[in-house]
Design a binder for this molecule. Sequence first.
Ligand code: NAP
Length: 481
Amino acid sequence: MTIANMMQQKCFVAGAWVNADNGQTIAVNNPANGEQIGTVPNCGADETEKAIAAAAEAFKSWSQTDTSYRVDLLRKLHAALLENQEELAQLLTLEQGKPLAESRGEIAIGAAYILWFAEEIRRAKGEIVPAPANDRKLLVTHHPVGVVGAITPWNFPSSMLARKLGPALAAGCTVVAKPATATPYSALAWAVLCEQVGFPPGVVNILTGSSRDIGGAIMSSPHVRKVTFTGSTEVGKTLIRQSAETVKKVSMELGGNAPFIVFDDADIDAAIEGAMISKYRNMGQTCVCTNRFYVQSGIHNEFVSRLTQATADLCVGDGMQAGVEQGPLIDISAVQKVEQMIADATAKGGQVVQGGERHALGGTFFQPTVITNAKANMQFATDEIFGPLSAVFQFEDEAEVIAAANATEFGLAAYAYTRDVGRVFRLSDALEYGLIGINSGLITTVEVPFGGLKESGLGKEGGSQGLSDYLETKYTAIAGI
Ligand code: NAP
């Protein structure tokens, strides 16, 4: 399929490609040059209610289909994703800006999630529980939760939807999804492929437009039994509040503030490699990106000098060009946020040792930056940076750094580099994070539960846990046997 076929500029509702009822559209721009790529419908509550009605109708039959039928469709979807990997990756870079190699990786992991859940549903076993009396059998069974509302962010516009569509469709749920307005085409491309491989009408519905109106209609509908959201903690809290009215199940993948701890005994080559990937992937715009580097005093100067050199060597440019490692930030407010954090840090004694300014390429390109002498009173100690800025704190001992690492309301990802086995286990216990990488800066994989503690979220995506979030558990007592 060509990119033009993949790049749908309409919404997908009840198996049809539709415009907004009032015909209004929203422009979508390429962040690398600010040029308009196309438009998408500006839908609102009415269109969302139609999509929910279609999903509720489709649920009646989809939830009753044979598991083997759903598995077969998911396997076809997995194959279609890989067949179209290059076109999907180019579309992703066009609307989001990340380097093409990263986009190819995002399509591959999205496909891997689909395959994982196609396999995992075959192991979603119930139980026959030993009964206290012999004339009874006690059954515990699992059932699809119902219509699912899915709301996704712009930083991983394809794979974040994969982590929701995969388990929902495998479980027998139907879906009404709303992608981020900045990056709608990667999500609409999922609908193109779902239609192509033969998912029945109404099973997958994807709407673009007003987040408040579409989100409001999803949250207030009694037909939507579960909402799965990936995005900021602020919006996540609003959705949790709204979910109370109809007592929906919720899964929340929210913001992070990852510490990256380098002890004196670390393998410095490995630590630099992990630092670069965990900090600068997607230009620093991932929820699991390193936000705070904590480096022990004995290795601090060497680490800073090597991190600074590696940061200076990063190739910045249009993500479509070969060799580019850093694309543009998503929009100008993301640039302003990084600038504000640099100004705050330097006013409080932080030293910019690399970068620190907008890039000569203009637009939303920013120089990959390193700041040393970071302190706990600086804004990036508590707030998510979401940009290519490395903040380096110095520490003396293990207890001090564990306390500093945990001194945040977030609890998504943490990284540590050490070769002391005892310390590895102490860190695994003490760090209040849902994902912990020891001697690795890239740990996401489909086989494990991904999700945060504290204000970083509720529920897990991936692993067997990622499927159970889409299943209800029932108990049936059969007496008089
Ligand atoms: P965001 O502003 O919270 O937006 C996320 C999604 O929510 C978008 O589709 C957005 O639509 C929609 N939205 C905004 N306001 C809404 C409302 N009142 N009701 C319903 N929907 C609403 O987050 P973002 O800036 O796109 O993404 C960055 C954030 O996501 C970061 O905090 C990052 O850490 C987090 N994230 C977390 C994970 C994880 O797995 N934990 C993964 C990736 C990203 P519009 O685009 O139309 O506004």
